[in-house]
Design a binder for this molecule. Structure first.
Ligand SMILES: Cc1cc2nc3c(=O)[nH]c(=O)nc-3n(C[C@H](O)[C@H](O)[C@H](O)COP(=O)(O)OP(=O)(O)OC[C@H]3O[C@@H](n4cnc5c(N)ncnc54)[C@H](O)[C@@H]3O)c2cc1C
Length: 445
């Protein structure tokens, strides 16, 4: 077999530390890899996908030796900088009389998401995580406008058709939860879980023990395949392995995989400074996604130094997989307006942390999954909800590698391949127009 080399053309640049990591004690990363080692499987990327793949490999075959490497520190990537919703129900459920295909698609999406949530529920139970790390609390959807409220009512009908339990809430009822009268209505779904994302990924990474080894601040610079297996080169060492799992999300493309198939989208978050819990009525901990998919996510968290509100809003298309300070500033201005719109009595509360994070989408919202070269497997393209989708992709990849059959594996096997995007100038113009249009449609939501 000829030797093939896949070089990383670009390494991740995650930008300002997410508020979640800033709230935790500062992390002492595991040592960088500084020698040549041999393992059964190397996993590149220690986000939801990579950590889930390592955990599942250990469950299925505790003797497999596994190296997990990440270019940065665990919790600094997208998996430590998201809003922390592990959502079990798809936002878009086809309306009308469900055709067999549409209902089956929704059920598969739910099965994928619930496999991921159960994965974390099991780890939480086994390791005694508290509810600050993983909370199977369910989540709310909230409407700021009459159109949003109508959407929630229609969504409730679709959940009824699927037999999914939920509760529609009046303006007063959702007001009692959130402490603000700004929402027209709400909808509660009990199956979602809410996490402190940086604490969650750290908890998993810190629990690894031989034969799993984690090397932080260890970028994969290249992957070489030959008849003898694969070699991953890092700045100060190398890993020889029979199998490689690329769990680098959009950075699969940096190695040449998924080229012309991945849309690199950033989204942004702000977290307020702490405030006296008595200053805002309602529950001290709740999490709400918007009625419109491109709208604004809001969370209240309770900490020892007071409570805080998280606002997540704005999407941008960034094919170089990085954003500058200007994009974060522009999103920050939007966040301040969104916050004031929802909490007019608290508009003077300042934001303490602002950050952005990368996501990779495919046109037909399928993962970039499976064996792409002899020995190289990809678990990429989070499609914006990697808390569930990337986790499930990691689990499915581990199962594929050891030959373990499951319902999840069957669902992943049946996914279409990612569609090719239009040629690059068209993709850029199309993606930006699409995002602008959908954000405009989301309006106040
Ligand atoms: C602000 C924000 C809010 C979000 N909210 C939610 C939410 O509430 N729920 C939800 O489900 N999703 C949410 N998302 C999306 C979610 O964070 C991602 O879908 C998810 O983190 C993707 O996980 P992953 O493991 O696929 O990729 P990542 O978390 O991106 O992990 C990939 C890892 O690979 C590493 N890497 C890349 N290249 C290399 C290399 N050459 N060598 C070594 N390591 C490399 C990176 O450092 C990174 O740690 C949000 C995202 C953002 C930014």
């Amino acid at each position: 077999m000829n030797t093939k080399t896949f070089r990383a053309r670009r390494l991740p640049a995650h930008g300002p530390l997410p508020g979640w990591a800033a709230l935790l004690p500062s992390r002492t990363p595991t040592p960088q890899l500084d020698q040549a080692i041999s393992v059964d499987v190397i996993i590149i990327g220690a986000g939801f996908a990579g950590l889930a793949a390592a955990t599942r490999l250990a469950q299925l075959d505790p003797k497999l030796s596994v190296a997990v490497i990440d270019a940065d520190v665990v919790g600094n990537g997208a998996s430590g900088r998201n809003s922390g919703f592990l959502i079990d129900l798809p936002h878009d459920i086809a309306s009308g009389n469900f055709g067999v295909d549409t209902a089956a698609k929704s059920r598969n999406e739910i099965a994928v998401a619930r496999t991921a949530i159960q994965h974390y529920a099991r780890l939480a139970a086994e390791n005694g995580w508290d509810k600050e790390v993983f909370d199977p609390s369910g989540k709310y959807s909230v409407a700021m406008t009459d159109a949003g409220a109508e959407h929630l009512t229609a969504y409730s009908g679709k959940l009824n058709a699927l037999g999914e339990p939920h509760q529609l809430l009046s303006a007063a009822e959702i007001g009692d939860v959130t402490g603000t009268r700004s929402f027209k209505s709400g909808l509660f779904t009990p199956g979602a879980a809410i996490v402190q994302p940086a604490a969650l990924v750290r908890a998993i990474a810190d629990h690894f023990q031989e034969p799993i080894r984690l090397f932080e601040r260890t970028p994969a610079m290249s992957i070489e395949t030959s008849s003898g297996g694969c070699t991953v080169k890092t700045p100060k060492g190398e890993v020889r392995a029979a199998k490689v799992i690329l769990a680098t999300n959009g950075h699969a493309e940096s190695f040449g995989f998924g080229s012309g198939e991945l849309l690199h989208i950033f989204t942004y978050a702000s977290l307020t400074e702490p405030f006296d819990p008595s200053a805002l009525r309602g529950h001290r901990k709740w999490a709400a996604t918007p009625a419109a998919p491109m709208g604004t996510t809001v969370r209240r968290i309770n900490g020892t130094d007071g409570d805080r509100i998280l606002i997540r809003s704005r999407y941008t298309y960034n094919p170089k997989i990085e954003v500058g300070a200007g994009s974060i500033k522009s999103a920050s201005n939007l966040h301040d307006r969104k916050f004031a719109d929802r909490f007019p009595d608290h508009r003077d509360l300042k934001m303490q942390y602002r950050w952005a994070g990368a996501m990779a989408l495919t046109w037909n919202t399928v993962p970039l999954f499976g064996q792409v070269e002899k020995g190289i497997f990809v678990a990429c393209a989070c499609n914006g909800i990697g808390g569930t989708k990337s986790t499930a992709a990691g689990i499915a990849t581990a199962e594929l590698i050891v030959g373990h059959r499951s319902q999840l594996g069957e669902i992943f096997k049946a996914f279409d391949k990612p569609q090719t995007l239009p040629p690059s100038p068209l993709t850029g113009v199309g993606a930006r127009l699409n995002l602008a249009y959908r954000e405009w449609r989301a309006g106040r939501e």
